[in-house]
Design a protein around this ligand. Structure first.
Ligand code: DAH
Length: 367
């Protein structure tokens, strides 16, 4: 330290005394060391480094000193401020690193922790069976066709050889759509899709059409005003009843499994000639004499009705613009709802359309 100065003694300027500068520096270093958050360090910076901090104020006093005293005092204050700034920078880096680590730890996501899964839901078994049946046909090279549920009377009936006075019309209790002059119905079967297809395309035609149909049946355990069918139509040169039987045997096996047996019974449909009804050997009792009498599925018949089929009536081909001299074909239609109820032992058909998810859930998303 320089010798006392007669006209201005720096030793007498309290904030600039060596011990005082040291005290201010130590106070600042202590506060820096004690600050354990970025927030606390901000305050320390204001208190010990900012414009109004003791060291900053002391620095300002230097200007008032006589020139010969400024150097030493300036160095003293400058070193103290340098030490404080350095300590502050180091501590800030330290505290920021710790806070960063803590945030990383706090915000870490443990992907192995078990979570409450939202229920995935389930597809309705009717949707699944329609898709499954469609897949079987696509695998045979057939196409999937669609038609509207509100259908022209002509396509639902007339084109299929069911003229206005045909007695078979009364077999299908029809929902008519108002106004009557519009001659529209809710389709009573998927067969109008046959007519639609033949009217718009040339053979060869191989189409399947799963879909919803409507009849004015009172709902009960075995009847519903809305049910589901799958329609098939093949038109080509040289097709016969034999091709029909082979196709249905394949379809039955694909749906019900290997070893499924079919049976054809002569029947009548206006749109096919000859016509047949096709049954499946009961897949529960297999017509086993020991069980058949008590079988709840076939009710003692040994066979379960599956659908109708036949060779397409030439009158239908003509109505739909197909040359019956060149082409022939076969068609079939079967209900899908019964496939579900019998396969899964569902006693009441109404379960299929009640909309209760407790019914659909066990089916999951596959079949
Ligand atoms: N459409 C008939 C029904 O709903 C089922 C049917 C029978 C469709 C014979 C056909 C067929 O294509 O050839 O009862």
């Amino acid at each position: 330290m320089s010798a006392p100065n007669s006209d201005y003694d720096p030793v007498e300027v309290t904030p600039l005394r060596a011990d005082e500068v040291e005290r201010m520096r130590d106070a600042a270093l202590e506060a820096i060391a004690a600050a354990d958050s970025v927030e606390a360090l901000k305050q320390v910076k204001i208190d010990h480094v900012g414009d109004r901090s003791p060291l900053a104020l002391a620095n300002r006093e230097i200007g008032a000193l006589p020139p010969q005293a400024r150097k030493e005092v300036g160095q003293r204050v400058g070193q103290a401020r340098g030490a404080v700034n350095k300590a502050l920078a180091e501590r800030t880096a330290q505290v920021e690193a710790v806070e960063f680590e803590r945030r990383l730890a706090e915000e870490a996501v443990d992907v192995t922790v078990p979570v409450d899964m939202e229920p995935v839901g389930a597809r309705h078994p009717l949707t699944t069976i329609q898709d499954h049946v469609a897949d079987i046909f696509v695998a045979m090279g057939w196409e999937i066709a669609e038609g509207p549920e509100v259908e022209a009377e002509w396509l639902n009936f007339d084109a299929l050889n069911l003229g206005p006075d045909h007695p078979a019309r009364t077999m299908m209790d029809t929902f008519w759509v108002a106004p009557a002059e519009a001659a529209m119905v809710l389709r009573t079967h998927t067969s109008p899709v046959q007519a639609r297809t033949m009217l718009t395309r040339q053979p060869p035609i191989y189409i399947a059409c799963p879909g919803r149909v409507f009849r004015t049946d009172e709902p009960d355990a075995t009847h519903a005003p809305v049910f589901h069918q799958v329609e098939g139509l093949a038109i080509d040169e040289g097709l016969s009843m034999a091709h029909l039987k082979g196709t249905l045997d394949h379809l039955a096996t694909a749906i019900y499994g290997e070893g499924t047996t079919t049976r054809f019974r002569p029947s009548y449909f206006p749109f096919t000639e000859p016509s047949a009804e096709v049954d499946l050997l009961c897949y529960v009792c297999h017509n086993d004499p020991a069980q058949v009498a008590d079988c709840p599925t076939c009710r003692g018949e040994g066979w379960v009705e599956w659908g109708g089929c036949g060779v397409v009536n030439p009158r239908v081909l003509i109505a739909c613009g197909v040359d019956p001299e060149r082409y022939s074909g076969f068609a079939f239609g079967m209900g899908l709802d019964r496939t579900i109820t019998s396969r899964y032992d569902i006693a009441d058909l109404r379960d299929l359309w009640d909309g209760d998810i407790r019914f659909t859930e066990p089916f999951g998303i596959g079949l």
